[in-house]
Design a protein around this ligand. Structure first.
Ligand code: E4P
Length: 280
């Protein structure tokens, strides 16, 4: 059976362990911001964190399923060196490291490093290191990453929605739902360069990959902010969705399910209770 895989978008040991205990998890994605949140949480608890040991614990918790670890360099040379280092240091623990490389590491608008992400992906994947290409905001970036040999491409759905809303002066909270079919303002569907929502970005990548039979590169819907967006990522044909813990929990919650539970519990007659719960 081919079914969407669910990764947890977290670096917190407690969350990862809890999510794995539910038995539904297929992997873990980290990034420097998520590692920062985990380190700060440990410090608040009074602990001094040994980051190498901490990451090895994440790898073990993931039980051999993919864990993405991100490089921090901003040019191809640095990223290749860091990718090899991360892989050498951490892959032996559980054989499950995917090196996360930004599609374009430039931190300036005008840059001569626009191809450095692809170079790093090509070089590292050529050495057999699986790559999760991150910070993907256009279908063409995803296509280039696939051509360079990435195993996963990560379109950031929520951040596209953030961009469309902030550029159009719409008020929103991070977890607010943004429709896959876009938002209208003054008679126009809002968009970012032909992409009308984060989920539309996922759908366009899926369509392009299907056009060319690209199956070695999986579409990993990232930056997912609520359960409805996770549903829409599945509808759009994402191979994987990486979800923060609050969204994983939200996948299961509906007020009518709670109301239904209360009603069924209230209606249990003693004869049925004895049969079912005592095996009589
Ligand atoms: C995962 O690969 C991404 O780093 C993550 O999903 C980003 O999510 P955010 O936009 O909510 O920070």
């Amino acid at each position: 059976m081919i079914i969407i895989k669910i990764f947890i978008d977290s670096s917190k040991l407690g969350e990862i362990s809890k999510a794995y205990d539910y038995g539904l998890l297929d992997g873990v994605t980290t990034n420097p911001s998520l590692i920062k949140a985990a380190v700060e949480e440990e410090k608040v608890k009074g602990g001094n964190i040994d980051i190498e040991d901490y990451i090895k614990k994440i790898l073990l918790l993931a039980r051999g399923l993919p864990v993405s670890l991100e490089v921090i360099g901003t040019d191809s040379e640095q990223m290749i060196e860091e990718g090899k280092r991360l892989y050498k240091l951490f892959n032996p623990t559980s054989g499950n490291v995917y090196v996360k490389i930004p599609v374009n590491p430039s931190i300036e608008e005008k840059s001569n490093k626009n191809f450095d992400g692809l170079q790093a992906i090509k070089s590292l994947s050529g050495e057999g290191i699986p790559i999760n290409c991150t910070l993907v905001f256009t279908p063409e970036q995803a296509l280039m990453a696939a051509k360079a040999g990435a195993s996963f491409v990560s379109p950031f759905a929520g951040r596209i929605d953030d961009l469309i809303r902030s550029e159009n002066n719409l008020d929103f909270k991070k977890t607010d739902y943004f429709p896959a079919y876009g938002e209208e303002k003054d008679g126009d569907i809002l968009q970012d360069n032909g992409v009308i929502s984060g989920i539309d970005l996922v759908a366009q990548i899926r369509e392009i990959f299907d056009n060319y039979g690209i199956s070695e590169t999986k579409v990993l819907a990232a930056s997912i902010r609520n359960a409805r967006q996770a549903r829409e990522a599945a509808l759009a044909g994402a191979d994987i969705a990486t979800l923060p813990m609050n969204v994983i929990e939200e996948l299961l919650i509906h007020p009518k399910t709670i109301e239904g539970m209360k009603g069924f519990i209230k209606d249990i007659v003693p004869e049925y209770r004895n049969l079912v719960s005592r095996g009589k």
